[in-house]
Design a protein around this ligand. Structure first.
Ligand SMILES: [Zn+2]
Length: 463
């Protein structure tokens, strides 16, 4: 593009650039450098994460641990010196897992490492035993004749691919969301899928699943990748494979909890705010270190790093969303509660993709806001973060309801997700999977982003 500009146009262009006042003053950029240096040396984010995952542990919405996490978050915000700490109600359907087990029965007895998907109904107390019918994809199941799976257990063998941006998750997760419904429509008495996973370990990956009114509810589970390989190999050998699946779980109806919010007030326009955060809930199998203790910890720490150096013009608000895993419930309630003043949000980003390094920065904002975005990108570059100029950021799952309610300027601080789906939603999502140095880089990136968006010469707006 630049090569096409005439010499005269280039001269005018550079004159214009020279004449324009810089968007951020040298003093503001000094603050940025100090925030970055402090954050890169501080253990705060990892300390917060250690506290949450050790003292609370798993945080399934509605459980005693969930309530403990709310108290923990309030206390942590207060001890970090946030100006305002408050709760907003969140409503969600509660579900509990009590026990789960499985075996391959024929052609030979073998253990089956499985986990129930969220919302699954129970099997009878001795489980269900049936022949397995295999499909490679959800689409293949949907296209199959009615009654093809009558009295059988449907198995979907689809394997997600590994990539830095987690693009394999979307196609794989459809079989988790609606596989049980499609299987029941074909007459199945149970649903089993290869875990949405990139790992070689023998942990099964749980995750949200949904039933549909008018379609019979059947028990729904995921099996670990090595077990999935085993089942597929046996069926491909032409063997009749039957399994026993035993799930004891319960839906408890409507429950409630809280989004926990902490804010450092801005000096000039405190009603306007940068929203950063993560979700406080987690699945019950691990301790939710990667998903999403890391997002909780790094957003709390980064707001503190900003406030320690310079209070920006606008507020920095950390929102810890409730019940994300069961269906973005806390985020839906936040969007509804703040519908009337969504234009106070000058930037929003949620970290919910583990704790590996941030490698790219992307916006989704109005055209007139882009010069500020480019200045932020320049200050993130020393952290090895590249700028993606497509201006199509998604902002994180809990921002979906907010984006639906209004025009919000959202940002992605893209994390390296190459290994994320090795641990995601498993018993293996524990603190030891988090590298403190990488978490520091995340917190530094969020701190720089939050400070610059909150202290920018004019408010960033959405598209
Ligand atoms: Zn998450």
């Amino acid at each position: 593009m630049k090569k096409l500009l005439s010499f005269a146009a280039m001269a005018t262009f550079s004159l214009h650039l020279n004449a324009a006042a810089p968007l951020f003053t040298p003093q503001q950029l000094e603050h940025v450098a100090t925030i970055r240096d402090n954050a890169m040396q501080s253990p705060l984010a990892f300390d917060i994460l250690t506290s949450l995952t050790t003292e609370v542990g798993p945080r399934l919405p509605g459980t005693a641990n969930d309530k403990l996490a709310v108290k923990w978050a309030q206390d942590k915000f207060a001890s970090l010196g946030f100006d305002k700490v408050w709760l907003e109600p969140a409503n969600f359907p509660e579900w509990r897992r009590y026990s789960e087990s499985g075996s391959i029965l024929t052609p030979s007895l073998q253990p089956l490492h499985l986990t129930a998907l969220g919302n699954s109904i129970s099997t009878p107390k001795d489980g269900i035993t049936a022949q397995v019918i295999k499909f490679e994809t959800l689409e293949e199941l949907i296209a199959a004749p009615d009654d093809i799976a009558k009295d059988k257990i449907v198995y979907i063998n689809y394997r997600m691919n590994r990539d830095i941006d987690g693009n394999g998750y979307g196609p794989a997760v459809q079989a988790r969301n609606s596989g049980a419904v499609e299987a029941a429509k074909k007459g199945a008495i149970g649903y089993m899928m290869r875990s949405v996973s990139t790992s070689h370990h023998r942990f099964a990956h749980t995750g949200g699943s949904h039933y549909k009114d008018g379609v019979t509810k059947i028990p729904t589970v995921a099996i670990a990748n090595p077990d999935a390989d085993q089942v597929a190999r046996l069926i491909d050998l032409g063997k009749t494979v039957s399994v026993n699946i035993n799930v004891q779980a319960e839906s408890l109806g409507q429950g409630s909890g809280f989004n926990v919010i902490g804010q450092f007030n801005g000096t000039d326009s405190p009603e306007q705010y940068v929203l950063i955060g993560g979700h406080l809930d987690s699945w019950d199998l691990g301790t939710g270190a990667l998903d999403d203790g890391a997002g909780v910890a790094l957003s709390m720490a980064s707001a503190k790093f900003v406030s320690d150096v310079k209070r920006p013009k606008r507020s920095v608000r950390v929102v810890l969303f409730a019940a994300e895993e069961l269906g973005l419930w806390g985020a839906k309630d936040y969007a509804a509660a703040h519908k009337a003043d969504l234009n106070n949000i000058v930037a929003a980003a949620e970290s919910d993709f583990g704790a590996d390094v941030v490698y790219a920065f992307e916006s989704n904002v109005s055209a007139q806001s882009l010069p500020i975005v480019r200045e932020i990108a320049k200050q993130l570059a020393p952290l090895n973060i590249e700028y993606i100029g497509k201006n199509k950021a998604g902002g994180g799952p809990d921002l979906i309801p907010l984006k639906g309610a209004g025009s919000i300027p959202v940002f992605d601080l893209h994390q390296d997700g190459t290994d994320y789906f090795d641990y995601h939603h498993t018993a293996d999502d524990t603190l030891d999977k988090v590298d403190p140095a990488k978490l520091q880089q995340n917190a530094a990136a969020y701190a720089i982003f939050a400070f610059m968006a909150a202290d920018a010469p004019f408010a960033i707006t959405g598209k």
